[in-house]
Write a protein that binds this ligand. Structure first.
Ligand SMILES: [Zn+2]
Ligand SMILES: [Zn+2]
Length: 304
């Protein structure tokens, strides 16, 4: 009998792949060096903040700003190093999450189907969806871009090249730190956005799903933990709204703006306060129809 999770068959390729990555990371304490730590932190920032948060999520999924095409492709390459799939697939899946947020059995990764399901279960299960069809429907502009199509197909290779380069440079210790441990931290940071930032923390805005602002996810996921802010104003390139909601990726976007590389940056709408929850942070029933991106109040453009 096939093993299942939430009635879905396990995808053994993914089960084995992610198990090996996590098992490899356990060797890190015996292979410590300051250089290995430095490589790990740099690659964690480059792949998770520049690659996933800035590029896959805020740029390609939500179009929160614009950057020159060559830079978009270079940054997409950084995202491919996070081992979260190609950009087209990631964007299509994430737009699907925003469309069906927290609808039981329909949102790909809602904690309503189980906390660990939303964290990793859906990743290691065969969710029985036609990837190509989802991409064509939810990310048509990326499917139409031949460079993005090629990158999407080749998404596993950059980590193999970086792994070989690290092995040549410093042997297994650099691979264990720079690939295995770095991937475990980056992957779980992203996965906690789907699990913890729909479960723990506080809600600032009235939104139809159960998204939350979770401070520790905000830190480890480079600003993505302010997820209730994000669900409320999806196009905004800035996710941390209060001064203490640290948003490292937003700081990076400000740097790109100052360098003249990011433009048409979408900010928090002027009318955002109207959508604040009154009387403290209460959880809302996540059953109302989701707010379409187009129905959001106009974001304000931010000048460099
Ligand atoms: Zn999003
Ligand atoms: Zn969400």
């Amino acid at each position: 009998m096939a093993l299942t999770w939430n009635g879905k068959k396990l995808d053994w390729t993914n089960v084995i792949y992610f198990s090996v990555i996590h098992a490899g990371a356990l060797l890190a304490p015996w292979m410590f060096s300051w250089t290995a730590l430095g490589i790990t932190l740099f690659l964690y920032w480059l792949t998770a903040s520049v690659g996933i948060t800035l590029t896959y999520h805020r740029l390609l999924t939500h179009r929160g700003f614009k950057i020159p095409k060559p830079l978009e492709y270079l940054f997409t390459l950084c995202g491919m190093l996070a081992s979260e799939g190609g950009a087209i697939t990631w964007v299509a899946m994430h737009r699907l999450h925003h469309t069906l947020s927290d609808r039981e059995g329909r949102d790909l990764h809602t904690p309503k189907d189980g906390f660990w399901w939303s964290h990793v279960g859906w990743i290691v299960s065969d969710i029985g969806m036609d990837r190509r069809e989802i991409e064509a429907r939810h990310a048509p502009e990326l499917v139409a871009d031949p460079v993005q199509r090629t990158l999407n197909r080749l998404h596993v290779y950059p980590n193999i090249f970086v792994g070989l380069a690290l092995f040549a440079w410093g042997g297994w210790p650099y691979v264990v730190w720079g690939i295995f441990l770095r991937l475990v931290i980056g992957l779980n940071a992203t996965w906690f956005v789907n699990s913890a930032a729909h479960t723990f923390g506080y809600r600032t805005y009235e939104t139809p799903e159960g998204s939350t602002n979770c401070w520790w996810v905000g830190i480890i996921a480079w600003g993505e933990g302010w997820h209730n802010n994000h669900h409320a104003f999806q196009r905004s390139a800035r996710h941390g709204h209060a001064w203490w909601e640290v948003d490292a990726t937003w700081a990076l976007i400000r740097v790109l703006m100052a360098l003249g590389l990011a433009r048409d940056v979408q900010g928090v709408p002027k009318t955002a306060d109207q959508y604040r929850l009154r009387g403290g942070t209460r959880r809302t029933a996540a059953l109302a129809p989701p707010v379409a991106v187009a129905a959001e109040p106009e974001p304000v453009l931010i000048e460099a």
